[in-house]
Each structure stands twice: as structure tokens, then as C-alpha cells.
Design a protein around this ligand. Structure first.
Ligand code: AMP
Length: 445
């Protein structure tokens, strides 16, 4: 059976998590986190996973996919929940594989939050950091293990983890795992798992390679889908400025200022370009940080944390590093360089305008990139008309120029956090000076 127009509405009729049949301790955690209504992918996936079916789910980060697989798996593991100190009573039952360290960390934070009222243990392992603390956590016993493939194989090789009791396997962002060349690692991991298991594959796109992966790893899977692969979110305003390569830095700064952009992800194609742009922004006094695959783990985490706390205004990132970073209500994404693959364009701009919030995606397109732009237009089936850069009209110095105001290109002030949410879900838009109780931002200081 496939989820199609006929049966999807019945599954989506549930309007609360309780109607999806989740147990009270899970419902309590969700309530504390402020989740009241399941997202479309959650409504579709949760009942099917609870039923025990394999799943191919097409959903991007931002749709609530982590809860869509974590919640039903927690539910299914309830009979095994126990408070025993013995590692033997806590074998790995659910294995979640993620392509990047950031995504693995984020998924684990969510799992921890969802399972906070259950005696089920979880941990996360990823490369680039000391293996020993991870070994200790694994040896103590965990029911849920979130891992990047390479580091998991390292642990399996040194026998610090046993995978023979895994009942549930989740392949998160499977398309990205294939893009990153993880297929051989995935095959080796699959060989370590029991063949009797439930497998859930999540991917933003479903091209032939993913279908092939599903064919070899999944059994009679159901397909669920929440967004078509080449549709850019309607709520994202897509703006193109034609700019010479040499003028892009000025153009970026000008758009940020004139549009009062509090924080943005700025995409480059390569690590080298990300480093170069980040450094040039920093030299201009902009609070910029850089995130890409060659950065040490501590640097990547501190850049992300700075961004989430609002200390970093522009986070310069490559596609792979930015994948899976969960950022709530990010107002703007810049394509400082257009990606080679149109699908990456859709992923990039999908980082903004989530859950109905309006977002802005600004592409700075040099003449050499016209062909890439044409490819993107064909892919999203939409013309992206270039418009002139906004005028940077000189204006009197106002409160808006003060550090901390959105668009100031100086450090935004610290952000308030929503209680009870996992840390990774905490990038809120900075408080605006025009919020109730604040002075009129238009008045001169
Ligand atoms: P994900 O797509 O799993 O990365 O989730 C995106 C963001 O949505 C995360 O910050 C989650 O905490 C949040 N989220 C997931 N499901 C819900 C829900 N049903 N209600 C409110 N927030 C949610």
C-alpha cells in the first residue's frame, strides 16, 4: 500500500498527539515543549511507524521529521523501558544514522527532550572528537543511538557497541548521506544489523539512487511525502540581484543594511570561498562566523552556538555544513554564490520561510552564474527576475544604527529563549525595538 490521495486524509484527520495514540509520558514532554498540533509529516508517519511498517518519507528539515520518527519509536520501545543499572538491560534497539555531526547532535537533543519522562537511554556519537567518553556512554547501555556512519563503524570495530539487537533503523537525510559518499559505510553497518527490523528512510529528495537504496534496505515500504521535491516554499520571497563577482561583498552588506536583516545564513559553493568571505566580513567588523566540513568540531559548534544566541549576525556556510541545521524562523538566506545543483538551491531557501512564516532568499548572481540561474529557474519552474540592488540612501543616524538592532551589522543583542525547547530549536528572531514596550525605532537617538 502507498499513501495516496484516498487514504492519506484519514491518517491526517488526527489533530492532536493524543489522537495519534502516544503514551502519557511522551504527551507530557510534548506539552512541555509547546507542541500542540502534529505537523503533516507527523500525522502521516506516526501511525504507520507504530503499525510496524517500513517507511520512505520525503521531508526536509523544518517539517518536524525528527519527531515523526522519534515519537513512534519511543512509543514502540516503551515495553523495554527500565531503570536497571545493568548495561545488559539497555541494548541498542533504535539506531539513527545522520550524515553530519550537527544533524546527529540535533536529533539527539530532540530525542532527549521527547524521552525525558521515560527510562529509556540515548546517546550520540560522531567523529572529530575523543572516542573515549562516547565509549563509556555506549558501554553503560543505551536504547537509542544517534550516529554518523564513520564513527559508528569505528566503535563497532573496537567492540564498544553491539548492534545485534537493533530493531529500528532510521536513515536520516539519506540523500545527503549518498551525496557524501556514505553508501559503502551504510552497507557495512547494515551487515551488522539483524535482518528482522523496521527501517525508516527520510530524505528531502527521492531520485533514482534513493529509490535504489530503499529497494535494497527496506521491506515493502510505504511512501509518505510532505513537500514535492522541486517546489520552493511559497512563503519565501526570492530576490535576484545581478552583481559582478568583485562587487558581491558590498552588495551583501548593502542588502543586509537596507532590509534590516537581523541574521542570515550566507551560502558559498566551496569551503575556500566560505573562509574568504567570512574573513572579509570579519575585517569589516561584521559579526560573522564560518561553518564548513574542514572546520574543527569545536569551531563548528561554537559558530552554530554563536548564531543561535544571536552573537553572530552572518553565518557563512557551505551546503553540506548547513544541511540539517535546525533554525527556527530564520528571516533570510543569501546565495552569495549559486549552487551547482538546483536541488541545493531549494534546500538553501527552505531554511527560511518555515511553518508559514515569511522568509527572504537573496541571490547575488554574477554574469558567470547566469547558466546556473537558468538551471534553477527550470527546476523550480519559475522565472526569477533580477531586480536592482536596493538604494543605500543615506539616512540620519537613528536608534536602528545602534549595535544590537537588526540590520546594524554589529552584534545583535542577546536573545531570549523559549523555555523547554531543545537548544537547537532556539534561534528566535531578535527582539525588535518596535515591539510593545520599546521606544519608537524611527526616532533619532
Ligand atoms: P525538524 O524538521 O525535525 O528538524 O523540526 C523542526 C523544528 O520544528 C524543531 O525545532 C522542532 O522542535 C519543531 N517541531 C517539530 N514538531 C513540532 C510540532 N508538532 N509543533 C511545534 N514544533 C514542532
Amino acid at each position: 500500500m502507498e499513501i495516496d490521495e484516498q487514504n492519506a486524509p484519514a491518517l491526517e484527520a488526527a489533530t492532536t498527539f493524543a489522537e495519534l495514540g502516544l503514551a502519557p509520558p511522551i504527551l507530557r514532554a510534548l506539552e512541555e515543549m509547546g507542541y500542540s498540533i502534529p505537523t503533516p509529516i507527523q500525522k502521516q508517519a506516526i501511525p504507520l511507524v507504530v503499525m510496524g511498517r517500513d517507511l520512505m518519507a520525503q521531508a526536509q528539515t523544518g517539517t518536524g521529521k525528527t519527531a515523526a520518527f522519534s515519537l513512534p519509536l519511543l512509543q514502540k520501545m516503551l515495553p523495554h523501558a527500565n531503570t536497571s543499572a545493568s548495561p545488559a538491560r539497555h541494548p541498542v534497539r533504535a539506531l539513527v544514522l545522520a550524515p553530519t555531526r550537527e544533524l546527529a547532535l540535533q536529533v539527539h537533543e530532540s530525542v532527549l527532550a521527547y524521552s525525558r519522562h521515560l527510562p529509556l537511554r540515548s546517546t550520540v556519537v560522531f567523529g572529530g572528537v575523543d572516542m573515549r567518553p562516547q565509549e563509556a556512554a555506549l558501554k553503560a547501555g543505551v536504547e537509542i543511538l544517534v550516529a554518523t556512519p564513520g564513527r559508528l563503524l569505528d566503535h563497532a570495530g573496537s567492540r564498544s557497541v553491539q548492534l545485534s539487537q537493533v530493531q529500528f533503523l532510521v536513515l536520516d537525510e539519506a540523500d545527503r548521506m549518498l551525496d557524501m559518499g556514505f553508501l559503502p559505510d551504510l552497507k557495512r553497518i547494515l551487515d551488522l544489523l539483524p535482518s528482522q527490523r523496521q527501517t525508516l528512510l527520510f530524505s528531502a529528495t527521492f531520485d533514482d539512487s534513493i529509490v535504489g537504496l530503499a529497494r535494497s534496505f527496506l521491506r515493502n515500504p510505504l511512501k509518505v511525502e510532505v513537500a514535492r521535491k522541486n517546489t520552493a516554499a511559497e512563503s519565501v520571497e526570492q530576490v535576484v540581484h545581478k552583481v559582478r563577482e568583485d562587487d558581491k561583498l558590498e552588495a551583501l552588506v548593502r542588502v543586509v543594511k537596507t532590509r534590516d536583516i537581523a541574521q542570515a545564513l550566507v551560502f558559498t559553493r566551496t569551503k575556500l570561498a566560505a573562509d574568504r568571505l567570512g574573513r572579509r566580513l570579519q575585517r569589516r567588523g561584521v559579526q560573522a562566523a564560518i561553518i564548513h566540513g574542514d572546520k574543527a568540531q569545536v569551531e563548528r559548534l561554537s559558530a552554530l552556538e554563536g548564531f543561535k544566541q544571536g552573537k553572530v549576525q552572518l553565518l557563512v556556510a557551505t551546503d553540506i555544513a548547513a544541511r540539517g541545521i535546525d533554525i527556527v524562523e530564520l528571516p533570510c538566506v543569501f546565495n552569495y554564490e549559486l549552487p551547482y545543483s538546483p536541488e541545493d538551491y531549494v534546500h538553501r531557501i527552505g531554511r527560511t520561510g518555515r511553518a508559514g512564516a515569511s522568509g527572504l532568499a537573496v541571490s547575488l548572481v554574477a554574469p558567470e552564474e547566469d547558466r546556473l540561474l537558468a538551471g534553477i529557474e527550470r527546476f523550480i519552474k519559475r522565472d526569477l527576475k533580477a531586480v536592482p540592488l536596493p538604494e543605500s540612501a543615506p539616512r540620519p543616524r537613528t536608534r536602528a544604527d545602534a549595535p544590537g538592532h537588526p540590520g546594524s551589522l554589529a552584534a545583535p543583542r542577546s536573545l531570549t529563549r523559549r523555555r523547554q525547547e531543545p537548544v537547537c530549536a532556539l534561534l528566535l528572531p531578535p527582539l525588535r525595538d518596535d515591539a510593545p514596550g520599546h521606544p519608537d525605532p524611527g526616532k533619532d537617538a
